[in-house]
Design a binder for this molecule. Structure first.
Ligand code: PAF
Length: 282
């Protein structure tokens, strides 16, 4: 395993991979790795000759300085975890100046409203920031396959659109959400929760499952307000959104249509820690 800090180092290794006709898989991360990331890496290893994991906490996707500075970082541990999986993995851990060729900047995209729904209503320009960095990584690595988690489903739809806009030639693979035993979706942010609140967070997935069952039973009789108040009733828990939207457009529809798919999205703010999750309903 090689850890690169500069693009020059990456170019040299990628040129060698190209010479060997190796298929390259990319797993972009912001570090503080957990089993969710490791499942993406393992999936990438199954389908590629060489896997690159990028570790970079991207400032342009944070609209809140405190959120950015609180974001958990643990490079040494990340490297140890990756080392345990395989030798066929390289890591790119650039500085801000290195990856942005100077000061970080934000590129604005037309995502056809996808970026303004759900998370977009609460995090200004978040998805432009994600797309800016992901586009840079795609450009640098030119991977055949890139891996992202279903937990950030809205992000995967944004990246799909980015691939269309920039006519990038790659397969995006969406891997299932990995959960704690109590159902809480794994996220680097979970490290910021108290033990008690982590325990109580089981209420999120429990309600998503309940919604899925209720949707299958009778999609016209759902009571989102009841679920919201149940969650808001928990000490330290505050719902930011709970919405059922079209699985493709991510927009709320006045009436559910028979042959369309719908997905429920939730964000709960637990004492300043934003926990997001989603579930396909049909
Ligand atoms: O999902 C993440 O961890 C980040 O948004 C990503 C895709 C690595 C871009 O910074």
């Amino acid at each position: 395993m090689i850890v690169c800090r500069t693009k020059e180092e990456v170019y040299a290794l990628i040129n060698e991979s190209t010479r060997l006709k190796q298929v390259l898989g990319l797993v972009p991360t912001m570090g503080s790795l957990h089993e969710g990331h490791l499942s993406l890496i393992s999936e990438a290893l199954r389908h590629n000759d060489i896997v690159w994991v990028t570790i970079f906490v991207n400032p342009t996707q944070f609209d809140n300085k405190k959120d950015l500075s609180n974001y958990p970082k643990n490079l040494e541990n990340d490297i140890q975890l990756i080392k345990k999986i395989s030798d066929n993995i390289n890591v790119f851990h650039p500085s801000e100046t290195e990856i942005y060729d100077g000061k970080p900047f934000l590129k604005k995209y037309d995502f056809n409203h996808l970026d303004l729904e759900l998370e977009g209503k609460f995090r200004a320009d978040h998805f432009n920031g994600v797309a800016t960095i992901v586009s840079k990584l795609f450009e640098l690595f030119k991977p055949s396959n890139a891996y992202f988690g279903e937990k950030d489903f809205q992000q995967t739809q944004i990246i799909n659109r980015l691939i269309d806009i920039e006519k990038i030639n790659l397969n995006m693979i969406i891997c299932p959400t990995i959960r704690e035993e109590n159902g809480l979706a794994l996220s680097s942010r979970n490290k910021l929760l108290s033990v008690k609140n982590k325990d109580k967070s089981s209420i999120i997935y429990k309600n998503l499952i309940f919604l899925q069952k209720s949707f299958i039973k009778n999609r016209n009789k759902l009571n989102l307000e009841k679920i919201k108040s149940e969650i808001n009733f928990v000490n330290d828990f505050k719902i930011e959104y709970l919405e059922i939207v079209n699985n493709k457009s991510l927009q709320i529809e006045l009436k559910f249509r028979e042959n369309e798919s719908y997905r429920a999205f939730i964000c709960v703010n637990v004492n300043g820690v934003r926990l997001i999750d989603n579930i396909l309903l049909n």
